[in-house]
Design a protein around this ligand. Structure first.
Ligand code: FES
Length: 285
């Protein structure tokens, strides 16, 4: 980061308590001269692309299961299968015959609340969508010399952002969903004439691995494993898991957040292509 030899006109007190304001120079005096906008722009584009795709995938309500072409592939957006659409291989979890909308809608509430309240995604969309602030040492969008739009900044201590604190509870549901997607990956080895493996099987196995890597690298999981202890020596197993496993995944949480997000969309797209007959799923054995 390079800076100009300029000081903000008026030092601004920083804090989140009542009557305090966010600090930093006015909008007209961004001191950074590097490409600070590149990362928020890239994140904005990536997340927007996912939102557009996921909306289409969730609302299309069809071709989410490839049983019609002899493959036990179920799109992760529609898993667990709640309706009778997956009956060709006896793959029915719920039998929601009364449900008239897309079955992806009640399912996506859980992974969506998990991702929306994830510490990494919070940072991402606060910066990229709300520009609050867009980057380190860059003032919030809309700040002017005269007035900061965040002069009542309360962080995540008030409604509605206080709901971000549900993250630790959404994690428990995320673990259940990771288990369901693992079941789907195992089911993808099942073919009409026995056990086999197709390209789709591989895609579903990678999907389950990435989901686990993202879910177990969660900060809440890390706290669950290593938090609330006075000494690690009193909990050797927890310390071992915390140090050698969860913390290692946590170091790459951002990477797994993106990889798992992309791969979920890819697995859905592949299932759609196979189920519609647009492509033939190659079988390895
Ligand atoms: S902090 Fe990202 S999933 Fe929990």
């Amino acid at each position: 980061m390079t800076t100009l030899n300029a000081e903000p006109d008026t030092p601004v007190p920083v804090g989140i308590e009542k009557n305090r304001v966010r600090g930093g120079p006015p909008r007209s005096e961004i001191l950074r001269r590097d490409k600070w906008w590149a990362q928020p722009l890239a994140i904005f584009s990536g997340l927007l692309a996912f939102i557009v795709y996921a909306t289409w995938a969730a609302l299309r309500n069809g071709h989410f299961y490839a049983g019609n072409v002899g493959r036990d592939y179920l799109s992760p957006f529609y898993s667990p299968c709640l309706t009778n659409s997956c009956t060709s291989n006896g793959y029915v979890w719920g039998g929601w015959t009364w449900w008239r909308l897309s079955p992806a809608i009640p399912i996506l509430i859980f992974p969506l609340s998990f991702r929306l309240s994830c510490y990494y995604y919070r940072k991402s969309y606060y910066r990229s969508f709300w520009l609050s602030p867009p980057s380190c040492a860059v003032p919030d969008a809309g700040s002017t010399k005269a007035k900061s739009p965040r002069n009542k900044y309360s962080g995540e201590t008030k409604f509605p952002l206080i709901f971000q604190n549900i993250h630790r509870y959404t994690w428990y549901f995320a673990v259940i969903f990771a288990g369901i997607l693992t079941f789907d990956a195992v089911a993808a080895f099942r073919f009409h004439n026995g056990i086999g493996m197709g390209l789709g099987t591989l895609i579903f196995v990678v999907n389950a691995l990435l989901i686990w890597a993202y879910t177990l690298g969660c900060h809440s999981c890390r706290h669950l494993c290593g938090g609330g202890l006075r000494t690690f020596s009193s909990a050797n197993s927890r310390h071992f898991i915390w140090k050698n496993f969860v913390s290692k995944l946590n170091e790459h949480h951002q990477l797994f957040a993106w990889l798992s997000l992309f791969w979920i969309a890819f697995a859905d797209f592949y299932t759609w292509l196979v189920a519609t007959g647009a492509i033939h799923d190659p079988r390895f054995f």
